[in-house]
Design a protein around this ligand. Structure first.
Ligand SMILES: [Zn+2]
Length: 261
């Protein structure tokens, strides 16, 4: 295995919060070119712009089912459905919080009127997950913990055979369980909805500030922290606040590809 294969690649499709901004789409990511983490606005456009064929996406993993994280699901279902014979002969696997994800996938198919256009149908496998799950997705070892958000949500850790690892917080308030999940990971991708503010106990909305994200990174002993899900206007201050707690913090740009060990 060479060094390139030993690393995980994370393509940043978007970095911002609920609605897109000029030059910044809502936060979603692709691991190793085939596992999507959430589907933000313009999901398939962003895949194409980042040089990823939407048909190469084998699995979509949802942190939770708020709009800015699921908006692109109908796009990839339609994109795949309309390909007919060109579509890969494997199901699209969709993972997400138990009690939430199945309804969203059903609703996306209804929105696309699959009953009127049965030729668009293809095999979709929905897998409901809870915190503490351990499974394999596309050859990657995956573990979850529960998020602390206003709806059921999950944080995910992906690890390849060489031990390269990346952890996604999804939307969560400061989360002690995430510290355990992220222990020693190469990269933590953490939300910072509240910018430079620390909101350690946001039980109402369930979001973090950059200092909270950095504290998780520091306590977990990760290699680097990518600060995401932060409004563009607040990003500069948020990054400085994160660096004050955890110096190896950075703010990835839309379209960036990050390699991690
Ligand atoms: Zn949310």
């Amino acid at each position: 295995m060479n060094e390139h294969e030993a690393q995980l690649s994370i393509t940043v499709l978007g970095t911002t919060t609920c609605t897109p901004e000029k030059g910044a789409n809502t936060a979603s990511f692709v691991v190793d070119g085939r596992v999507a983490v959430d589907t933000g606005w313009y999901f398939t456009d962003r895949l194409l712009a980042c040089g990823i064929n939407p048909l190469d996406i084998e699995a979509v993993v949802f942190t939770h089912c708020h709009h800015d994280h699921i908006m692109g699901l109908p796009q990839i279902l339609f994109y795949s459905g309309i390909q007919g014979e060109k579509r890969p002969k494997r199901p699209l696997r969709i993972y997400g919080p138990a009690g939430e994800i199945r309804r969203v996938v059903d609703d996306a198919q209804r929105f696309l009127q699959f009953d009127r256009y049965p030729e668009l149908r293809f095999e979709i496998e929905v897998v409901e997950l809870r915190g503490g799950a351990e499974l394999e997705i596309c050859g990657l070892r995956v573990r979850t913990c529960s998020a602390r958000h206003s709806v059921p949500g999950l944080c995910y850790r992906f690890e390849n055979a060489a031990g390269a690892s990346v952890v996604f917080s999804g939307d969560t308030a400061f989360n002690p369980d995430l510290i355990g999940l992220a222990r020693g990971a190469g990269l933590l991708v953490h939300e910072a909805s509240y910018g430079a503010k620390s909101v350690r106990e946001d039980v109402r909305w369930g979001h973090s500030g950059a200092p909270d994200a950095a504290e998780v990174a520091r306590q977990a002993g990760v290699g680097r922290l990518a600060v995401v899900h932060c409004a563009q206007a607040e990003l500069g201050a948020a990054l400085e606040a994160a660096k004050a707690v955890f110096p190896a913090s950075f703010a990835p740009g839309d379209g960036e590809e990050i390699k991690t060990g």
